[in-house]
Design a protein around this ligand. Structure first.
Ligand SMILES: NC(=O)c1ccc[n+]([C@@H]2O[C@H](COP(=O)([O-])OP(=O)(O)OC[C@H]3O[C@@H](n4cnc5c(N)ncnc54)[C@H](O)[C@@H]3O)[C@@H](O)[C@H]2O)c1
Length: 374
């Protein structure tokens, strides 16, 4: 065997990162990039040394492409992934996997029928930071998880994204844009969600683009730009989560799990690396005893790379006939959870989450993205 042929559809802002990382993995080779804007595909192909470019159809027609990486905007994720599956290709999709429960369920069914695999971002779950933290929790450093907290609060991506309208439209907002990082991490650690409640709000009805050729233009805010969520997991574990594009205080990447024998602070779930540390209970305190807690660091093992790890895990898993970590089933459950939070914010009722997902595996020991293994 040798490197697996990959084609990318959608070469916007995030495609540089993918193209750089995928080029560093010997087990994959990007053969073609495609976009609605063929000139953009050509420019990215030339910039990154990709031999072919064109439309989405050109990517699907390439005979040596076995896996398609879908980096289009969320509104067309299902349509583009379905076309790729229809062409017999495995699919890695950027998040969210889709914007409707039916759309995502249809994709999974189609992939099963055709006999190809689906993977869904985020693949930060595969980074050494999260993997090391997950191994420590599995080893029992905090005992049994009881409850969790997550927080993502910023002024909003309209400050830096040249085309931010889609991030405030149906299918995005902080819930569907950033929620996949936090809820994929929570589900990977705590298992499937049983029910969810949320409240949401908007700071403004219109926002402004701050950078790029359209700076100064306004666009509508269609969905809550702040949402607060209570999550009950099937295991009985609970979580509270804040997701906001309206906060003057920039604070993100908060992911804490509190267990029967300790509390652990994990790396930012939107990052591939970062500090993990835990504390043990102080125990019985007498008057005058110091209350400082001692942080115990978890050693981070593994090679740090970045976006594209999920693609690599897929091609290696296919070759080894093992399940890949960031699976379509996980992506589907997370979409269901996020849509349930959206429904709850709209109805002010707890929403029962109908889908479920099996245990999310760890990466195999010694997984080295930079090794040639195929
Ligand atoms: N920008 C980021 O920092 C970032 C980070 C992580 C994940 N993502 C995710 O990556 C995806 C893309 O985000 P982006 O910021 O690169 O968006 P973008 O708008 O910059 O790029 C999207 C590209 O897809 C193309 N496209 C749209 N519909 C298409 C279709 N039907 N066929 C072919 N091409 C099509 C567009 O022409 C554009 O070039 C989104 O799902 C987003 O959630 C983005």
């Amino acid at each position: 065997m040798s490197a697996v042929g990959v084609g990318i559809i959608g070469v916007g802002v995030i495609s540089d990162t993918y193209l750089e990382n995928l080029a560093s993995f010997p087990d994959v080779e990007v053969l073609v990039v495609g976009d609605l804007l063929v000139d953009r595909a050509r420019a990215q192909a030339e910039k990154h040394g990709v031999p072919a470019w064109g439309s989405a159809e050109d990517v699907l027609a390439h005979p040596d492409v076995q896996l398609v990486v879908n980096l289009t905007i969320p509104a067309v994720h299902v349509e583009v992934s379905a076309a790729a599956i229809g062409a017999g290709k495995h699919v890695w999709s950027e998040k969210p996997l889709g914007l409707s429960r039916d759309g995502v369920a249809g994709l999974l069914e189609q992939a099963r029928a055709v006999g190809v695999r689906i993977g869904s971002a985020p693949d930060t779950l595969l980074g050494p930071g999260f993997q090391s933290a997950k191994r420590a929790i599995a080893a029992g450093v905090i005992g049994e998880p009881l409850f969790a907290q997550t927080a993502f609060q910023t002024q909003g991506p309209d400050l830096w994204h040249p085309n931010p309208g889609f991030l405030f439209a149906q299918g995005a907002g902080p819930l569907l844009d950033m929620g996949p990082y936090y809820f994929s991490a929570l589900v990977s650690l705590l298992g499937p969600v049983d029910r969810i409640a949320a409240v949401g709000m908007k700071k403004q009805e219109q926002r402004r683009i701050h950078t790029g050729p359209n700076a100064g233009d306004t666009f509508p805010v269609e969905v809550p730009s702040t949402i607060q969520i209570l999550t009950a997991f099937e295991s009985g574990t609970q979580a509270q989560s804040l997701l906001s594009f309206d906060s003057a205080l920039e604070r993100h990447g908060i992911l804490e799990i509190h267990g029967t024998e300790g509390s652990i602070v994990l790396p930012d779930p939107n990052m591939f690396t970062g500090r993990t540390a835990y504390v043990k209970p102080l125990g019985v305190l007498r008057d005058g005893d110091p209350h400082e807690q001692t942080w115990i660091d978890v050693e981070e093992t593994g090679t740090v790379t970045g976006r594209g790890l999920g693609v690599l895990d897929m091609v290696r898993s296919i070759a080894a006939d093992r399940p890949h970590v960031a699976s379509g089933e996980l992506g589907r459950h997370v979409v269901d959870v996020l849509l349930s939070a959206q429904d709850s914010a709209a109805t002010e009722q707890f929403v029962k989450v109908e889908s479920t997902v099996g245990p999310v595996p760890l990466l195999p020991d010694g997984f080295d993205p930079l090794a040639a293994t195929l």
